[in-house]
Design a protein around this ligand. Structure first.
Ligand code: NAD
Length: 262
C-alpha cells in the first residue's frame, strides 16, 4: 500500500512546525525525499532537516514565503532541480487571526488569503505540469472543519478554507485523467502553535478565560472532547498517497471529532 512511495519527492509547505512537520516526519519514515518550508529559527530548522535524513532519505529546506509568488516558483524549481520531480505536494502553510470584522486589520485579511489560499494556486500552477509529464501526482490541501462550517470572528480563515475546498474539487476534476489526485484534509482542532495562539486571541475577543476557550469554544464542537493529534492528520496524509486512495479525488477527508456531523 505504501511501497511505491519510496524514493518519491514530497514538497510540504509550512513544515517547520505543527501539522506540516508531522507530515514531513511521517513521509520521511516511509522513504520519501522531503522539501521542508516555513519560518523559524535557522538552527532548529536545520536540526529538523537532519532528523528527517535519519530515515535514509534526502531532505532540503527552502524558505519561500507563501505570500510571494516568485518565491513559490523557486520552491518548486528547487525541488525539481534537486530531486528531478515533484510527486507529492502538500499545501499546508497557514495562519490564523481572530477578530470582529470591523476590527480585522486589512493586512491580516490579505495575509490569510495569500498564505491559506492563493499559495496553493501558485504551487499547483508550477507543480501540476511536472506531475502531468510523469503521469502521477498527489496533491493534498490542508483545509479545516472551517472549510465546511463557520465560527464567528474568523471571516478571513473561514473564507480561505471554504475557498481551498472549492479549489481542491475543481483541480481534482481537471487532472483526473492524468493520474493526479487532489484531496483536502479537514481537521477539527489540533493542538499546535497555531491553535495555542488562537486560544489567547479568542479569550480576548470574547472576554473569557483561556480555560473557558478550550472547554466552551474549541472542544465544545468536538464531540469526542479531545484534540485531534498531529500524528492522526499525518497518517491521513500518508493514506491519501497510498494505493488505497487511488480512486479518491476531490474529497474533503474530515477528522474533527464529530464537529461537522452535528
Ligand atoms: P503552525 O503554526 O504550527 O504551522 C504553520 C506553518 O506555516 C509553520 O511552519 C509556519 O512557519 C508556516 N508559515 C506561516 N506563514 C508562512 C509563510 N508566509 N510562508 C511559508 N510558511 C509559512 O500551524 P498548524 O496548526 O500546524 O497549521 C497547519 C495547517 O493546518 C494550516 O493550514 C491550518 O490552517 C491547518 N489546520 C490547523 C488546525 C489546528 O487546529 N491546528 C485545524 C485545521 C486546519
Amino acid at each position: 500500500m505504501f511501497n511505491h512511495l519510496k524514493g518519491k519527492t514530497a514538497v510540504i509547505t509550512g513544515s517547520t512546525s505543527g501539522i506540516g512537520l508531522g507530515i514531513a516526519k511521517n513521509f520521511a519514515k516511509h522513504g520519501m525525499n522531503i522539501v521542508i518550508n516555513g519560518f523559524g529559527d535557522a538552527d532548529e530548522i536545520e536540526k529538523e532537516r537532519k532528523d528527517l535524513e535519519r530515515h535514509g532519505v534526502k531532505a532540503i529546506y527552502n524558505g519561500a514565503d507563501m505570500t510571494k509568488p516568485d518565491e513559490i516558483e523557486s520552491l518548486i524549481k528547487e525541488a525539481q532541480a534537486t530531486f528531478g520531480s515533484v510527486d507529492i505536494l502538500v499545501n499546508n502553510a497557514g495562519i490564523q487571526y481572530v477578530a470582529p470584522v470591523e476590527d480585522f486589520p486589512p493586512a491580516k485579511w490579505e495575509a490569510i488569503m495569500s498564505i491559506n489560499l492563493s499559495s496553493a494556486f501558485y504551487t499547483c500552477h508550477h507543480a501540476i505540469p511536472l506531475m502531468k509529464k510523469q503521469g502521477w501526482g498527489r496533491v493534498i490541501n490542508m483545509c479545516s472543519a472551517h472549510g465546511l462550517v463557520a465560527s464567528p470572528y474568523k471571516t478571513a480563515y473561514v473564507a480561505a478554507k471554504h475557498g481551498i475546498l472549492g479549489f481542491t474539487k475543481s483541480l481534482a476534476l481537471e487532472v483526473a485523467e492524468n493520474n493526479i489526485r487532489v484531496n483536502a484534509i479537514c481537521p477539527g482542532y489540533v493542538k499546535t502553535p497555531l491553535v495555542e495562539g488562537q486560544i489567547a486571541d479568542t479569550a480576548k475577543s470574547r472576554g473569557i478565560t483561556e480555560e473557558e476557550v478550550v472547554k466552551d469554544v474549541l472542544l465544545k464542537a468536538q464531540h469526542t472532547k479531545e484534540f485531534v493529534t498531529i500524528e492522526q492528520v499525518a497518517d491521513i496524509a500518508l493514506f491519501l498517497c497510498s494505493s488505497a486512495a487511488d480512486n479518491m479525488t476531490g474529497s474533503p477527508v474530515i477528522v474533527d471529532g464529530g464537529w461537522t456531523a452535528a
